[in-house]
Design a protein around this ligand. Structure first.
Ligand SMILES: [Zn+2]
Ligand SMILES: [Zn+2]
Length: 443
């Protein structure tokens, strides 16, 4: 049996002329993989993500012919796995020609995420709100443990532990099987139950994310304690702690951590996190412990508008959790500009900071814009990553090694992947391929 795996071609789409350039490859995010059994042209599309370039403009995955797609799977709601799917819906199409499979919470989160994406990047995108609405209508929800037949494939969905509702997919075709991890996490967080893979699944091919292929994260509990200690130091000094955080998952986790340790200051939250909180509670069976989130939201205060925003800044001490996590937009920017100048305050970053974002600039240069004023507030970064670290990735391979024939690495930085691939081959003797964009891999 042969499964052809095609990392979809990638390029930058833009409404501006002369901005179309092919390329990318070996990158974190913008994941989109097309899998076909044997010689068939028809197959399953796994994720369809976007990335942002250094200027913050969206980079979309290239298109495979929709007539060859029998179904698409969205492993989770993050835009680097979903943001490109409306590409398959030209304006005159009433609906997608294939079903899209995701969990119900992923579908619900996608609505605000995609609308926000259009709001910020709409000028550069070849689709509008209408296409996004059509795409969302075409999603058929699945649950962990479900088995779905699509053309020549049988698809099986399992928890990926990355964010609520995230899943990995096991594809079976012609008596072979492939595990597509999507983004995974193998440690318990306040919101998610870790991913668990079983060697009984007899996986022949593993397509694995490698966001952290050469680094490990600190133990979660010690990082939580370090974070809480830092928050308390600022509070004791009567300062304001601003915590810019991703609205999906990271904000809720931080609110739960603040509640769990009983931080002695009023806690506020602002931005898209408000809507995501409501979605999380409406789909609470995807949360590890929904009562913890309910408790955190009861104790903390929702910022409802500009009146509240101004009032919060007069509170001292205070803790504000606000979107967006990299300070690229949303109310976190507003708060930052109000508090950066006072050394009693703090900006605690708890999410990944992409190059050229204000968040990264704050960490590396102590300013939030080129030539801008120096930040006098205390700045620190805490590792609350929802991705598996290197040791966990190795653990996945170790668990599946008895049946594994090939490993394909995706969603990672090139150099780190090379090091990881060498180590995996040395340790397990299993052929390990680093997939480039537009690569066709015969298995
Ligand atoms: Zn991702
Ligand atoms: Zn993700």
């Amino acid at each position: 049996m042969r499964i052809k795996l095609i990392t979809t071609k990638q390029c930058t789409y833009s409404k501006k002329p002369n901005k179309q350039n092919l390329g990318g490859g070996r990158e974190v995010g913008r994941l989109s993989v097309f899998v076909r059994p044997g010689n068939s042209d028809k197959g399953v599309l796994l994720d369809c993500g976007i990335n942002f370039d250094d200027q913050g403009n969206p980079q979309l995955p290239l298109y495979v012919s929709p007539k060859n797609i029998k179904a698409a799977v969205l492993t989770h709601a993050h835009l680097d796995h979903t943001g490109g799917l409306p590409l398959y819906l030209p304006l005159y199409f009433v609906t997608l020609s294939f079903p899209v499979l995701s969990t119900s919470i992923t579908k619900a989160i996608l609505r605000p995420l995609m609308n926000d994406f259009l709001h910020i990047s709409g000028y550069y995108l070849p689709f509008e709100y209408e296409e996004v609405a059509k795409m969302l209508r075409n999603i058929k929800t699945v649950n962990y443990g479900d088995i779905v037949e699509v053309d020549n494939f049988t698809l099986e969905f399992v928890n990926a532990g990355h964010i609520p509702g995230s899943m990995s997919v096991i594809l079976h075709a012609n008596s072979k099987s492939m595990l597509f991890t999507g983004d995974i996490n193998l440690i318990e967080t306040e919101l998610t139950i870790p991913a668990r893979y079983h060697n009984s699944s007899n996986v022949d091919y593993l397509v694995m994310e490698t966001t952290y292929a050469i680094t490990d994260h600190p133990p979660r509990e010690s990082e939580e304690k370090r974070f809480i200690e830092a928050v308390r130091e600022v509070i004791d000094n009567n300062g304001t702690v601003l915590i810019p955080a991703f609205s999906v998952s990271r904000s809720q986790e931080i609110l739960i951590v603040l509640t769990k340790y009983g931080v002695d200051a009023p806690i506020f939250y602002d931005g898209m996190v408000r809507e995501i909180n409501r979605i999380f509670l409406a789909h609470s069976r995807f949360l590890k412990n929904p009562s913890m989130l309910r408790r955190a939201l009861r104790i903390s205060h929702e910022i409802k508008g500009w009146q509240d925003r101004k009032a919060v800044l007069k509170e001292r001490p205070a803790v504000i959790v606000a979107s967006s996590g990299m300070l690229r937009g949303g109310p976190s920017i507003y708060y930052l500009k109000k508090i950066y100048d006072d050394p009693r305050n703090a900006i605690f970053l708890v999410s990944f900071q992409a190059p050229n974002t204000p968040g990264r600039m704050i960490l590396e240069k102590g300013v939030f814009e080129q030539g801008g004023p120096r930040i006098k507030a205390r700045v620190e970064w805490f590792d609350f990553s929802s991705h598996a670290g290197k040791t966990q990735l190795i653990k996945v391979i170790d668990c599946l090694k008895s049946s594994l024939e090939k490993i394909i690495l995706v969603h990672g930085e090139s150099e780190a992947q090379e090091t990881f691939a060498r180590e995996v081959y040395g340790k397990f003797g299993i052929e390990t391929i680093i997939s480039s964009n537009n690569a066709k891999i015969e298995l």
